[in-house]
Ligand binder design. Structure first.
Ligand SMILES: Nc1nc2c(c(=O)[nH]1)N[C@H]1C(S)=C(S)[C@@H](COP(=O)(O)OP(=O)(O)OC[C@H]3O[C@@H](n4cnc5c(=O)[nH]c(N)nc54)[C@H](O)[C@@H]3O)O[C@H]1N2
Ligand SMILES: Nc1nc2c(c(=O)[nH]1)N[C@H]1C(S)=C(S)[C@@H](COP(=O)(O)OP(=O)(O)OC[C@H]3O[C@@H](n4cnc5c(=O)[nH]c(N)nc54)[C@H](O)[C@@H]3O)O[C@H]1N2
Ligand SMILES: [Mo]
Length: 815
């Protein structure tokens, strides 16, 4: 281990993050925050924060790292803990408590009854054991997808699965809602998932790209968070990109927060939603027509281009994908597509793509076509050229540091054998694509197709969700509510009265991360900091940590279960252990870290060591330099523009090369005033998290979620700025507030995802504007079965019905 001196930790690179992280080397691992007075250092997905407390209550919070671009989410710690939306006590639905075997009443409309923790856990244990013994472990769904809080110990779903493993296994999930389509198609095309991988770095892009294309990319929103905790480098990168003299082109049906941020510095091109493949085909055609595509690159590094070109030129289907053809579909003038072809091919161009474009029916085609376009441009593997699918997420271009990296608690039980017990430990037995949960509930035991395989849905009888908000995240809420009535027991572990909690049998009040101790890295790719997540306030009301809840449940499985579950370690002993492992990894990387007790007392974060070599990372450079020695993980070792594997699957909804497929619901076939609905991610929330916060005032209109409407579309329907609007289709209806703006393509509207469903019991209208009440629950295709929440049409009208007060954040009726 390198010798430590106080200097290393107190001076080092103090306050040199922010602007300088991009360009300047960081010599040693050092703390970057000044001594913080009374503020407590903690972290969330939205970054390291300093949190001020008075009389046991949080009064304010702010980012702990210097930043040029403000992150609104960092101001919310107070509301996050002290909100009326908190679940205060363990609660059981009345009809369930009266008779758990044959409950009366309906989930979502019954009253709740307060019980003690022991009563609640005994009840869950008894019914869980009955269900497990009757129907087998597969009948217990513990997939519990969602953005549980940051931290390596208090990981809600891992803790749930750890307990369920000890109980003998469970049904789980595959993939995620974020990149369901891209992460399954990309391995067929380039041999890696692309969406969660280190990108050609931000410094390299700043140094070498001439043109940066933001294809459905809204980084000023989406970089406010990371899966661990944001390191802030992504927002800083876009700030520097704005100051550069590069050409910036943004392709987006909305003038997003990012496009507003760039102002005159960016060229905004607005296609109709869901038409990107057609638009790219038009550009590709223009490249071929003008001979501006890179034949040598295609020959050397790709397979199947010839078959794709037959389709592009119309030799295989009689339709030439000319810029004119593309224009009639995507609504961008043909001339602009030709100009884009010119600009892209004549300059070092980085095509950055977001993921909203693949959260659509046939979403697999988007990134496949983007890779194909980039291959035709021939810049993949060159500094600042090619494509990147994670520049907008978790600071994907921030170079990886030399770091002491924290491990995390796992669902697997280490202590089982050493405890001398005969625990029949098992992990997930039957996992299905995460966004197909309602299809699974509707079709227990039925076969379905996934990525070339036939699989069978489990017969789910019990659901325990911890760390996810499935009533806001899943499509077609009314269909979900019906399917949700089928299981025999539903348990929700939550800090808040979310819609899912209100539709449960048993609700357990859980601490927020500011009520417990934890540790996190920042950056996901960069490992830039190690942050103490210190307990800021006492657990509120009767809230308990997921860790302690599941430890109690493990003890109910069998005497000694708690010790096996916790490995006989307390919270601080776990953290100490994780830290020591990080220290050992740090030592291998020649990164010095102080001892745990000292670190914890300091109330400061550690900044890891900058690695100048990593800062030069160029994605696909090795492959480009030598495709024989560094082949891709595809069957051919090359970029597959035509996939024989996918051809073999014979899916009508996922052809073997990038293809324009007209969606079932879209502007192109909209009738009777239907508009295309986009459900992008919100600036001032993380999904449903913080919907109740003071920050709501920044966006709510008439106290509802806003809907962005083009002035022409509003005028045709007599809708004025600020009006209450009813948005509806055959799946449901919601109340939203009119935000009339020319910053959206005519024919489309946007309701950001994440507003809590708040269904009026009489009319069924969602009073809070939950977008998924309107969205269809279809898979992207049978290849990936991804979430296709951006593929619906709606009608809108001025709302003239009775005044319906918002109740989304209120407690349900309590007996
Ligand atoms: N229409 C449409 N739908 C979408 C999307 C879209 O673009 N359009 N986006 C999709 C995407 S990409 C995603 S990732 C999903 C997001 O869906 P989720 O990840 O489910 O959304 P969150 O609102 O972040 O939910 C996290 C929940 O965990 C709870 N929680 C936080 N910390 C803890 C903890 O320590 N313990 C416990 N027990 N609970 C905790 C929070 O209170 C919150 O209710 O939504 C998807 N849904
Ligand atoms: N503040 C904040 N940050 C977040 C999240 C959050 O909820 N809040 N969620 C996090 C998560 S889990 C994820 S998965 C990522 C999501 O990251 P993304 O999936 O990339 O985010 P979206 O907001 O769905 O879409 C990004 C942009 O695509 C545009 N768009 C929509 N449809 C189309 C289309 O058909 N064509 C084109 N060209 N553009 C289109 C939208 O207008 C938007 O500006 O963000 C992460 N970051
Ligand atoms: Mo996501």
């Amino acid at each position: 281990m390198m010798s430590l001196s106080r200097r290393h930790f107190l001076k080092g690179a103090t306050a040199s993050v922010g602007a300088l992280t991009i360009a300047k080397a960081m010599p040693v691992c050092a703390t970057t925050t000044e001594p913080q007075g009374k503020a407590v250092l903690s972290a969330a997905h939205w970054g390291a924060m300093l949190i001020e407390v008075q009389d046991g209550k949080i009064v304010s919070s702010k980012g702990a790292l210097p930043a040029t671009v403000e992150n609104s989410l960092q101001t919310t710690a107070k509301d996050y803990v002290h909100t009326k939306a908190r679940v205060k006590y363990p609660m059981v639905r009345k009809g369930y408590l009266d008779n758990p075997i044959a409950p009366q009443g309906k989930r979502g409309s019954d009253e709740f009854v307060r019980v003690s923790w022991d009563q609640a856990l005994d009840l869950i244990h008894n019914q869980h054991m009955r269900i497990r013994q009757t129907y087998g472990p597969e009948s217990v769904f513990a997939g519990a997808y969602g953005w549980r809080s940051s931290g390596v110990l208090h990981k809600a779903q891992t803790l749930l699965q750890r307990y369920m493993s000890m109980a003998g296994g469970y049904s789980g999930h595959m993939g995620d809602y974020s990149t369901g389509a891209a992460q399954v198609i990309m391995p067929h095309v380039v041999g890696s998932i692309e969406v969660y991988e280190q990108q050609t770095t931000y410094p390299v892009v700043l140094e070498t790209s001439d043109v940066v294309v933001l294809w459905g990319l809204n980084p000023l929103n989406t970089l406010k968070i990371a899966w661990s905790a944001t390191d802030g480098a992504g927002l800083e990168f876009f700030h520097q990109l704005k100051k550069s003299n590069k050409t910036i082109i943004a392709i987006d049906p909305m003038r997003s927060e990012t496009i507003e941020f760039f102002g005159d510095r960016a060229e905004w091109i607005a296609p109709h939603p869901s038409t990107d493949v057609a638009m790219m085909l038009g550009i590709a055609y223009a490249l071929v027509e003008s001979g501006q595509y890179d034949k040598a690159f295609l020959d050397k590094y790709t397979t199947g281009y010839d078959k794709f070109e037959d389709y592009l030129l119309g030799k295989s289907d009689g339709i030439a994908k000319t810029p004119q053809w593309a224009s009639t579909i995507c609504g961008v003038p043909a001339k602009q597509l030709t100009i884009l072809a010119n600009i892209f091919s004549k300059n070092r161009t980085m095509l950055m793509a977001g993921w909203g474009i693949q959260r659509q029916q046939y979403g697999e085609q988007r990134h496949w076509m983007l890779v194909t376009l980039a291959a035709m441009l021939g810049q993949i593997g060159l500094p600042g050229g090619g494509f990147g699918f994670s520049y907008h997420y978790s600071n994907g271009g921030n170079p990886t540091r030399d770091a002491g990296v924290l491990p995390a608690i796992s669902a697997a039980i280490d202590g089982a054998s050493s405890a001398g017990n005969d625990w029949a430990v098992s992990g997930a037995i039957n996992s299905f694509p995460v966004a197909r949960i309602v299809e699974a509930l509707e079709n227990p035991g039925q076969a379905y197709q996934h990525n070339g395989h036939e699989k069978v849905f489990p017969k789910i009888k019990m659901i325990w969700w911890a760390g996810g908000a499935n009533f806001t995240h899943h499509q077609d809420t009314n269909r979900l509510i019906n399917a949700w009535q089928k299981p025999e027991l539903i348990v929700i572990s939550e800090p808040y009265w979310t819609a899912a909690a209100k539709h449960a049998d048993i609700v357990l009040p859980i601490t927020t991360s500011f009520e417990r101790n934890d540790l996190t890295m920042t950056g996901d790719y960069s490992n830039q900091h190690l942050v103490p997540m210190k307990q800021v306030v006492e657990p509120q009301f009767e809230a308990r940590n997921d860790f302690d809840v599941f430890a109690d449940m493990a003890e109910r499985l069998k005497a000694g279960g708690r010790g096996v579950y916790t490995e006989n370690k307390t919270e601080m002993e776990w953290l100490n252990g994780f830290y020591k492992e990080a220290q050992a990894i740090g030592r291998q990387n020649r990164v010095a870290m102080p001892n745990f007790a000292y670190f914890w007392k300091q109330n400061q974060l550690l900044e890891m060591k900058y690695n100048a070599q990593n800062a030069k990372f160029v994605r696909y450079q090795a492959f480009r330099e030598n495709p024989i020695m560094n082949p891709l993980g595809t069957p051919s070792g090359k970029i597959e523009i035509f996939s024989k594997t996918i051809e073999g699957y014979n899916y009508a909804d996922c052809p073997p090369h990038p293809t324009w497929l007209a969606p079932t619901e879209w502007v192109g076939n909209a009738k009777d005033g239907e508009l295309q609905l986009m459900t992008s991610h919100a600036a001032h929330r993380l999904h449903s998290q913080l919907n109740y916060a003071e920050l709501r005032k920044e966006y709510a209109i008439a106290d509802r979620e806003p809907i962005s409407i083009h002035p022409e579309d509003a005028k045709q329907r007599g809708i004025k700025q600020g009006d209450l609007v009813r948005a509806y289709n055959h799946r449901g209806q919601v109340l939203v507030g009119a935000y009339i703006t020319d910053g959206i393509k005519q024919g489309s509207v946007c309701i950001h995802e994440g507003a809590w469903p708040d269904l009026d019991p009489v009319t069924g209208i969602c009073k809070n504007g939950g977008c998924n009440v309107l969205t269809g629950d279809i898979p992207t295709s049978r290849l990936a079965n991804g979430c296709a929440g951006n593929s619906s049409v709606v009608k809108i009208e001025k709302y003239t019905g009775p005044v319906l007060p918002l109740t989304a954040f209120d407690e349900p009726a309590i007996a």
